[in-house]
Structure formats: structure tokens, C-alpha cells
Design a protein around this ligand. Structure first.
Ligand code: FAD
Length: 397
């Protein structure tokens, strides 16, 4: 579908009618939950399709397509707080239900590996102990004892990941996981269309304003007003400048900003990796995440810039050298894709949800959106008294 509207037997359903501005990660999860409860959902996004990602660099390419998909409540404590940690634990319990529903309805192949809970690894080279110890001290201070990093011997590391060579130190975070972001985005989009959502894409999906109960779009020079029982503004970086004040404090207007992140996809058929690894390094934050099909994702820079242009030479050298330093088998890997995208962040780098009659805004998921989105969506539905089904016969998942 190249723009315009698609899908939707919304009219045949009961419940309330929700307008969702932004069909990124939050928008799709909201649609998934609301449709299951028997409500009607209209999704708006400048992307032309719900099932295929726009090309790299396109502003309509949601950050969620680019994300590596690490689900790392403990490791994220390096830059997050207790609330994000708890949202992460909650989401880790919710993701299997989402993936199972998508699989049961035929949106994943029966044996397709989409979600794993095999933990993640922190690695450090000899000489980088200072940086590693600083990060570990922070994680040990912020995480409960049950979720702290567990030091591994060389033999234990080899048993878990035989292809890792080089780091002098390794720690296991046993409660972490990862998700295939591209497959999950596409499956959530297809599921929403198959379960009655209406999609307004392309120019018709570019939301210009979000007053309570309304979404404003343009058709040529004509302004169009779409009315709903309630609207969600989940446009990520695109929500600027309308995001309302946090917690009703009129003195604080959160400004969403984009934080550039660059990633590579490597085709590496000779390299076996079973869980995400992060290298603790004094200058770079580097991770390598396995994907089915002999792929690994190497990421990600964190640059205070709203530039979606292609990956820089410096980032290429730094990220790929660092990845190669722990997985030497990557030497012959082929770079099949690289891209940059923007993480939506608020000034304190923490997520924020605001609710008023007719309008809810959720934003600021920063670098842990996949980690926390299912829990944030459930919190929002709970606040709006939407946790229960709208009708005695909600849509079967
Ligand atoms: C390089 C990189 C790596 C990442 N790695 C991870 C990771 O490993 N783990 C993790 O948990 N998170 C990760 N993230 C973060 C995660 O992707 C984001 O936090 C998450 O996607 C935010 O979800 P969202 O729905 O708020 O925004 P998005 O996913 O960006 O979706 C916003 C949507 O709004 C649409 N939109 C914009 N403007 C308008 C408009 N005017 N009208 C209508 N729609 C509009 C956009 O087209 C888009 O589809 C990463 C992000 C990046 C960039």
C-alpha cells in the first residue's frame, strides 16, 4: 500500500475508537492490545506500509526497525533508573505472550527464533579493567542481588560462547534476552491489519497536530480532522513540539530530541553466537547481537545529533574493530547493511507518559524501547481503565 488507507473492519466492531499517531513500536503494541480487547483502532504514520520497513535514512523509518533488540534490564542500569529496570522485568514477562500470539496466528514460522532468554554477556579486555570495574560497580549498586553480573571463568565463557576469543574478563547477566525487532515489527503490523485496524499511511498518515480526541492531517492544502474517543501520541522523535508538560508541571516542557545510533548487519556464517555481548570499553559502547540467518547486528553509537545520514567512517572503524576484537571469526563477515536512526529521548533520558481526557502521550523510550514498551503500554491501559475487554466477546487473538 503506497500511502492512503488500508485494512479495517473497524466499523463492524464495538468498543471505543482509538486514533494512534505513530505506528512505531508503541503504536503497534497499543493496537495489538486494544484490538484484542474489542476496540477499534486507526493507526497513522507517514510510512507507506505497516508490514515493510521504509528504507534506511527515511524519517518514517521507526527507530524500532533499527534497534538491535537487546532486552537488558540490568545492563541498561548503566544509564537508566530503578523504574526502567522494573518496566524491563515486567516487559520480559510480557514479550513471550505477544510472540506466542503472533506465532499462533501465523505471523511467525513455527520454529522461527524471534525471542530468546539465554542471558547476555559483558566482556572486557585486559587494560580496560578500569572502565569495566566502573560499570560493574554501578550495576552492582543499582541492581538487586539476584540480577547482578556473575563473573565467568575462561572455561565457563568458552562453554557458553566458543567463538569468543580475546577478552580477559567476562560476566553473565542470566536474566536478559533479545528479540528480532524487524520480524516483530512486521508481524505486529500484519496482525493489526488482519484484526481490523485501519491504517492511514504516507501523506494521509502524517499527523500535524494532536488535540484531545482528534488527529489532524492534511490532504493537499486541505486540513483534515479525524475524531476519536481517545487518541495516543506515540510519534517518537516526530512528536515535537506538541508533547505536553510532564506531570502537569507548567514550568517543565519536555523537548523530545533524537539521539543518533549507528548499526551494522554482518553476514557471518562461520560465527556462532548464542546471546548478545557487550564490550566494556573506556570510549565506546559496542554490542554484538545474533540474528537468525547467520546474521549479527553490531551497534551502536550514541551521538547527540539528529542526523540520519549514513554511518560515518569513524563509527565503522570503532564499532567493527571492537566487535572483531572479541569475535575474530568476524574477519571474513560481509557487511550487508548499515544504517543510522534516532532514539527518541527526553531531557532526563527517561520515559514519560501523560494522560488527559481524550489524549495520552508516551515518549522518551530512548535506547531501551524494546525493553520497556510492553509494560508502558499496560500501564497506560490500566490508567485509562482499558485493561479489561471492552465487550464480552473480544477479538480472539
Ligand atoms: C540504533 C538503535 C539501537 C537500539 N537498540 C535497542 C535495543 O537493543 N533495545 C531496546 O530496548 N531499544 C533499542 N533501541 C530503542 C528503541 O528502538 C526505541 O526506544 C523505540 O523504537 C521507541 O519506540 P517509539 O514507538 O516511541 O518510537 P519509534 O519506534 O521511533 O516510532 C515512532 C513512529 O512515529 C512515526 N511518526 C513520526 N512523526 C509522525 C507524524 N507526524 N505523524 C504520524 N506518525 C509519525 C514514525 O514514522 C515512527 O513509525 C534502539 C534504537 C536505535 C536507534
Amino acid at each position: 500500500m503506497a500511502g492512503g488507507s488500508a485494512g479495517g473492519n473497524n466499523a463492524k466492531r464495538g468498543g471505543q475508537h482509538f486514533g494512534v499517531a505513530g505506528a512505531g513500536l508503541l503504536g503497534r503494541l497499543l493496537a495489538f492490545e486494544l484490538l484484542q480487547r474489542g476496540h477499534r483502532v486507526s493507526l497513522f504514520d507517514p510510512a507507506p506500509s505497516l508490514t515493510q520497513a521504509p528504507p534506511a535514512g527515511d524519517p518514517a523509518r521507526a527507530a524500532a526497525w533499527t534497534a538491535a533488540g537487546m532486552l537488558s534490564p540490568t545492563a541498561e542500569l548503566e544509564c537508566a533508573n530503578e523504574a526502567v529496570f522494573q518496566l524491563g522485568l515486567d516487559s520480559l514477562h510480557r514479550w513471550p505472550g505477544v510472540v506466542d500470539t503472533l506465532r499462533r496466528t501465523g505471523h511467525f514460522m513455527p520454529n522461527e527464533v524471534v525471542l530468546t532468554r539465554a542471558g547476555s554477556l559483558l566482556l572486557a579486555h585486559r587494560g580496560d579493567e578500569g572502565a569495566a570495574q566502573r560499570t560493574l560497580a554501578l550495576l552492582n549498586k543499582k541492581a538487586p542481588a539476584s540480577h547482578r553480573p556473575q563473573a565467568l571463568t575462561a572455561a565457563e565463557l568458552k562453554a557458553l560462547e566458543p567463538d569468543i576469543h580475546g577478552p580477559a574478563h567476562a560476566w553473565l547477566l542470566p536474566h536478559e534476552g533479545h528479540i528480532h525487532t524487524v520480524r516483530t515489527m512486521a508481524a505486529l503490523g500484519a496482525w493489526a491489519l488482519a484484526h481490523g485496524a485501519t491504517f492511514h499511511g504516507g501523506e494521509a498518515g502524517q499527523v500535524l497536530a494532536v488535540p484531545p480526541g482528534e488527529l489532524h492531517t492534511a490532504q493537499g492544502s486541505q486540513r483534515r480532522v479525524h475524531r476519536f474517543d481517545h487518541v495516543f501520541d506515540v510519534r517518537g522523535v516526530g512528536a515535537r513540539p506538541e508533547l505536553p508538560v510532564r506531570g502537569g508541571d507548567p514550568g517543565f516542557t519536555p523537548q523530545v530530541r533524537g539521539v543518533r545510533g549507528e548499526v551494522f548487519w554482518l553476514y557471518a556464517p562461520g560465527v556462532a553466537l548464542h546471546r548478545p555481548v557487550r564490550l566494556l570499553h573506556p570510549r565506546w559502547r559496542v554490542y554484538v547481537v545474533p540474528r537468525p540467518g547467520n546474521l549479527v547486528v553490531v551497534g551502536a553509537t550514541e551521538i547527540e545529533s539528529e542526523d540520519r545520514s549514513p554511518v560515518s567512517l569513524r563509527s565503522t572503524l570503532e564499532l567493527l574493530s571492537a566487535a572483531h576484537s572479541v569475535l575474530p571469526g568476524l574477519a571474513e563477515a560481509r557487511v550487508v547493511h548499515s544504517e543510522a536512526n534516532l532514539r527518541p529521548a527526553l531531557p532526563d533520558n527517561l520515559p514519560a507518559s501523560t494522560h488527559q481526557p481524550g489524549l495520552s502521550c508516551i515518549n522518551g523510550l530512548f535506547r531501551h524501547g524494546w525493553l520497556i514498551a510492553p509494560a508502558l503500554v499496560h500501564q497506560a491501559l490500566h490508567t485509562l481503565n482499558l485493561a479489561a475487554p471492552a465487550s464480552p466477546h473480544p477479538v480472539p487473538a
